[in-house]
Structures are given as C-alpha cells and as structure tokens.
Write a protein that binds this ligand. Sequence first.
Ligand SMILES: [Zn+2]
Length: 331
Amino acid sequence: MRSLVESARRWTLWKSGLPTRLPFQSLLLMYHRFCPGEGGNGLAREHFATQLDYLDRHFDVVSLEAALTPPAGDRPRVTITVDDGYRSFHEHAWPELRARGLTATIYLPTRFIDDGAWMWQDRNIYLLRDAAPGRYKLDWRGGTVPLDLTGGRSLLASLLRVYEIGRHLDVDGCLELTDRLSHGLGRVLPKQPPAAYAPMSWDQVRELQNAGVAFGSHTVNHTILTSCEAEVARREIHDSREILTERLDRPVTSFVYPNGDFDPEVRAMVEAAGYTSALATYAGYWSPSGDRLAVPRLPAPAGGESVLADRIWCWWRKFGAPAPQLASKSP
Ligand SMILES: [Zn+2]
C-alpha cells in the first residue's frame, strides 16, 4: 500500500511541475472513445479537457512527426493519438482540442468509415455488455464456451475470451462469431451501431483534416495482422493506405497495428507498403534511437488531470530512460 509520505511526495512533485523535468523525449498518448459525461462508454469530455490543460501546461503538444524527430527544446513532448475513428471524437474531443489550439492524429480502419458499420470487436462487446446478467454458453464450431456475465471480473474475462476467439478469424468468421453470440445470448444486434460505437463519416474526416487533424491507417477491417494469412495482412496494410490517400487527397505515411500486434514479418510489410512510422501499444517512451516502425504508446487513463499526472509519474518510474544518453545519440 502506498504510504502517506510517498503520496505527499508525489503530490508535491506534481504540483511543482515534475513533468517538465522528466527524462524522456516524447510521450505518445493513446485514446479511443469519448462520451459526454462520466459513466459512459469512453473518456468523459470534462476529463479529457482537464487532461489537455495538464498536458498543455507541462509538455509541448506536438504533431506525430515532431514527436518522432530529435528534440528541439527542453520540454518533454506529447502527441495525442486516437484509434479507430469513432464519431465521439468529432462530437466530444475535437471541440476541446480546437478550443486550446491543439490537434491529434487519428488512425482509421477504412471499412469502418466506408460502411458506417460496426467494427467486429464492438459487435461482440455490445452484445455481451448489455446482456441480462447470468451464465451463458456459446456454441462455437463444435465446442462450448462458457460465458459468465454476472458482472465485474467475470464479465471482463468473458469479453476477453470472445475477443481471443475473434482475433484469429477472418471477416466472415467474425460475422459468424457474432451470429452465434447473438443466438446464445438471445439478443438482436442493431443493423447500424448506436452513437457510442458509430464511426465518423468521410465528410467529418475531411472537415477535421482541413482544420489541422492528421490521419493515418489502421488497416481496412481492423484485422489482427499476426493472426491472419500473410496475404490478407499485406492487403489490409496496402489497401488501407491506397484508400486513405485517395479519400484524403494526400499521402498517408503513418500506421497503427490493430491491438498493437506485430512481428518482424508484419513490420516488413508495413515498411514495404511505404509507411514511415508505425505505432504499437506496448508501454514506453519514444526516443530518437528507437524503431520508427515499432513506436511505443501509453494508454490515456480514464480520469481527469490528477489521474493522468499520477499515471505519468508511475510511467516515468517504470519506463523512464536517462536523457543525457538519448540526447548524445541525436544527430
Ligand atoms: Zn484499433
């Protein structure tokens, strides 16, 4: 248990502006969904707002490309990245960024935007999260998967169990899984996703681009690239870049691995497709000596300014690297 002394020390350091002295070069924060208030399906808008105020005070909030290049100043840098292109970014997060003169980089699975449809993992999350509490069985390809939806950790374990099945399937297999789940839970999936799961439209994407938001690729179908056939992975990586370049009328050079999963083969495909940066989800800070096609990111916590400040302190303790060594490697 954290002692009172340690708590007081951390609080004092935070209030005194500790992050301006953190020994790392760039922090890439990862966001997904946003919602109007606490208790919704995403980060509450007011919490996002206070996180931005905190970051703006202590960091240089920079573009992805600026974060990946050697540092120009003394202040640590942070880049805001947002995965999946949910409409809730446009509704709840963008107004807070714009009001502060800040921006973000958003990574899109192109089929999600094209169809205005569900992402495969969201279909299952929706069915599982809102099912009547109880114990169920999923009949799946000759076997039975027990699902305990009585709440808390049991519900989370069931969500992960179904996700683990889905991540190894192709597009048709994911649809089959949702069908079986819908049948097993006795729930009907709405044809179009409700607001919390809905994607932005291409018009909204272009509106944001014109206002200074950057976009990158997150495959076509949000396929887990280490779990599918090599040819499928290659198409997901290549085609999404082609589609985005055409829709946005500008080159697309950055990529995010779905679920953060990649291996040397997938990394090589990303490089061959012409991307010059690729972001993962393993924890750490970026330094200019790192691999631009395996950039670490840290998940923004669910909470406001004090929660983020506390998390940054913990990350620094865990992943911080000595700054002088990094600086000496910069050209
Ligand atoms: Zn994603």
